[in-house]
Design a binder for this molecule. Structure first.
Ligand SMILES: Nc1ncnc2c1ncn2[C@@H]1O[C@H](COP(=O)(O)OP(=O)(O)O)[C@@H](O)[C@H]1O
Ligand SMILES: [Mg+2]
Length: 366
């Protein structure tokens, strides 16, 4: 078999928090990580974030507004690429491929449907770099959940770590990758991450997030409402399983004061992570490595330590960058896609067999 040299790839992730684009450079052959490069976060202006949120649950085909916002999203990704290249001293020629996740506006695995907006062809044209996007469709077609996608990257990064270990990503939705002896993997969405709390903050305080968990820390958890939230059938479902951003209705909290609602939603995230590990982990872990924006939320981190009765630390403790990890994952996956390697496994998405994926858009070279 032809030997594949490690190449520089640039991953682009816009997660369910809809806070912005995480762009990251990784040099890899799609199996091993040779080098981690610079990162760049391009935050969305409030007006654009509002537009994205307005699309949630929208139709499955991109007509009208959807197509227009998809174009705008793609242009912003092109800017994020240029900004990262400029900041890191790379030029387009140095980058073998862009891994372009796009923005999920709809995720319904039970209907075998998921929709990420973003135009791979346009991004290739704007940047002059080949693009891989549409990472989820092949997995869904193969019987998978289409999510989560980062586990194989987590595994590649975790090469030298003691097992079993859990990598918890606190994005808009929370997902976990459990890694056992012999590289055994199990991955799934545990429940809410930050999105419900972000939405609560926006509605009740006008802030975009509960910075460092300050408001939640002042509030009182409503135990009865929390217990009710934990009755959601999702928590009884066996993994692999994945969630739509807006899977949980939290109207029952509407009578709570802002701080009490924030406290209860923060506890909801922590309790669902704890329940997920109790019910579904093949064996318990002593160490949780936490990535994603939620690790900045001190009240949430304290709640996790409390409930998990294990070491709960940000991924920085093992030298990773928790603001960049998901973006890096799409750089890695794009190179795997170029090589036709599997992006997903039965243990990460429930797909029937290890399944390659992604769609390649070639840039016209000058
Ligand atoms: N300092 C902070 N304090 C509390 N929460 C934070 C902080 N920084 C980021 N977050 C949370 O992290 C979210 C972004 O996390 P991210 O990992 O980018 O998620 P996603 O992949 O879903 O976009 C924000 O929307 C916010 O809820
Ligand atoms: Mg984000």
């Amino acid at each position: 078999m032809e030997k594949f040299e490690a190449v520089w790839a640039l991953g682009l992730m816009s997660g369910t928090s809809m806070d912005g684009i995480d762009a990251a450079l990784v040099r890899t052959d799609g199996e091993r990580i040779a080098e981690i490069g610079s990162v760049h976060m391009k935050a969305y202006a409030p007006a654009f974030r509002k537009k994205l949120k307005g699309l949630l649950g929208a139709a499955t085909e991109p007509p009208g507004a959807l197509a227009e916002i998809s174009r705008e999203l793609t242009e912003l990704h092109a800017e994020a690429v240029q900004e990262l290249l400029a900041a890191s001293g790379f030029s387009a020629r140095d980058i073998a491929v862009l891994g372009f996740h796009g923005q999920t506006v709809w995720h319904a695995p039970e209907k075998r449907k998921t929709l990420q907006i973003g135009d791979g062809e346009l991004l290739a044209k704007r940047t002059g770099i080949d693009v891989v996007n549409d990472f989820r469709s092949a997995d869904l077609a193969g019987g998978g959940e289409g999510a989560p996608l980062a586990p194989l990257y987590h595994l590649a990064r975790a090469e030298s770590l003691a097992r079993p270990v859990a990598i918890l990503n606190l994005g808009g939705v929370a997902n976990v990758t459990w890694i056992g002896e012999g590289n055994a993997l199990l991955a799934f969405d545990t429940g809410p991450g930050n999105a419900l709390l972000d939405d609560w903050m926006a509605a009740r305080t006008g802030e975009t997030l509960d910075r460092d968990g300050r408001l939640a820390r002042q509030g009182k958890i409503d135990a009865a409402l929390l217990a009710e939230l934990m009755q959601h059938p999702y928590f009884r479902q066996r993994p692999p399983k994945s969630l739509d951003r807006n899977a949980f209705a939290v109207d029952s909290l509407s009578g709570l004061a802002p701080a009490d609602g924030a406290a209860t939603l923060t506890a909801f995230t922590a309790a669902s992570v704890a329940l997920a590990s109790e019910r579904h982990f093949p064996s318990p872990v002593e160490r949780w490595l936490v990535t994603g924006g939620g690790r900045h939320n001190r009240t949430l981190m304290a709640a996790l330590r409390d409930r998990l009765k294990a070491e709960v630390v940000p991924v920085e403790l093992v030298g990773w960058d928790g603001d960049a990890l998901e973006g890096e994952a799409f750089a890695f996956l794009a190179v795997r896609a170029l090589r036709g390697l599997a992006l997903t496994l039965p243990t990460t998405t429930g797909v029937v067999r290890p399944t390659p994926g992604g769609v390649l858009y070639k840039a016209k070279k000058a």
